[in-house]
Unconditional design. Structure first.
Length: 298
């Protein structure tokens, strides 16, 4: 008779949470695979942005820092001392530009909110550390120069999509007084859309050759690890049809935010995917745009 006792197979090692392979993580974080044709959305963004630049008053490629990439597209509202909405675009930190997202100005500007679309340098030419620095520098520049385009530098709000949602989260962790000599409330309110708040999975994914993240950078640049003790009101939004991990990232961040005693609210977008979750910026009466404007005017 065999004498060896049955030994169950060794459990698979996990890379992140319940995910054991890169393929499993890529299926969650390669958002282009979550829709039938991602290029259609890119073309839509580009066309609507071209129309916005043609229809709205705008000042393009305004420099806010020493490098060519550090520039802003400014869409002034027809209103004295208008509040400001700074929009930070997505593209997983390695692609896209402000030019492709200028369409987000249409809804807020029609509601009397000066809208500024930020451009930044991309990985792997620069690190995520540097992109975070550029995003913070854009806020400081706006606070100092808002009057040059008729806006109020004391009324800055921020919204960001995807990687821009991550960068918005990083803005909220900033020690504005200690690092920049600014008031802690330099940002009055924020909205993250389909944001990424824990960078731990990304070194295991298809993105790592582009991002070249170190573990120190992962820890330093994960907003969920650096919740502030005081912060402005936050709206957290995402499309209900996005990959489960993107929905979870937003839900976990909102839960952590609220449990830390901070003012946060969920902004549901039923039927929206990762790309359509920002189309509400085209219409001031949309669920997304009206909620952001309401936060700004509150």
């Amino acid at each position: 008779m065999p004498t060896d006792k049955y030994r169950p197979p060794e459990p698979l090692a996990v890379l992140y949470r319940e995910f054991a392979t890169q393929e499993e993580l890529d299926a969650q974080y390669d958002v282009s695979e979550s829709v039938a044709d991602a290029t259609e959305y890119a073309e839509f963004y580009t066309e609507k942005s071209r129309e916005a630049r043609g229809d709205l008053d705008c000042r393009l490629d305004v420099s806010f820092g020493p490098t060519v990439a550090e520039r802003l597209d400014v869409f002034p509202a027809d209103r004295p001392n208008a509040p400001i909405l700074l929009f930070v675009h997505g593209g997983y930190w390695h692609s896209r530009s402000a030019e492709e997202f200028d369409f987000v100005a249409r809804g807020p500007v029609s509601a009397g909110v000066t809208t500024v679309v930020m451009n930044y340098a991309l990985c792997p030419e620069v690190s995520i550390d540097e992109i975070v620095r550029q995003t913070r520098a854009a806020v400081v520049w706006l606070a100092d120069h808002a009057s040059e385009f008729g806006a109020d530098g004391d009324r800055i709000h921020v919204a960001g999509h995807s990687a821009g949602g991550h960068l918005t989260g990083m803005l909220l962790t900033t020690d504005w007084a200690g690092k920049y000599g600014r008031s802690a409330d330099v940002i009055e309110g924020a909205c993250t859309i389909s944001g990424l708040f824990d960078l731990e999975p990304f070194p295991y994914t298809w993105l790592q050759p582009k991002l070249q993240l170190t573990w120190d950078e992962v820890r330093r640049n994960s907003p969920i690890r650096h919740l502030p003790d005081d912060a402005p009101p936050l709206l957290v939004s995402y499309g209900a049809d996005e990959p489960a991990e993107l929905c979870r990232q937003s839900e976990d961040f909102l839960t952590a935010w609220q449990e830390h005693g901070l003012n946060g609210a969920r902004l549901p977008q039923p039927g929206a995917n990762h790309y359509t979750a920002i189309e509400g910026f085209l219409d001031a009466d949309s669920r997304l745009c009206s909620a952001i404007v309401e936060q700004i005017e509150d």
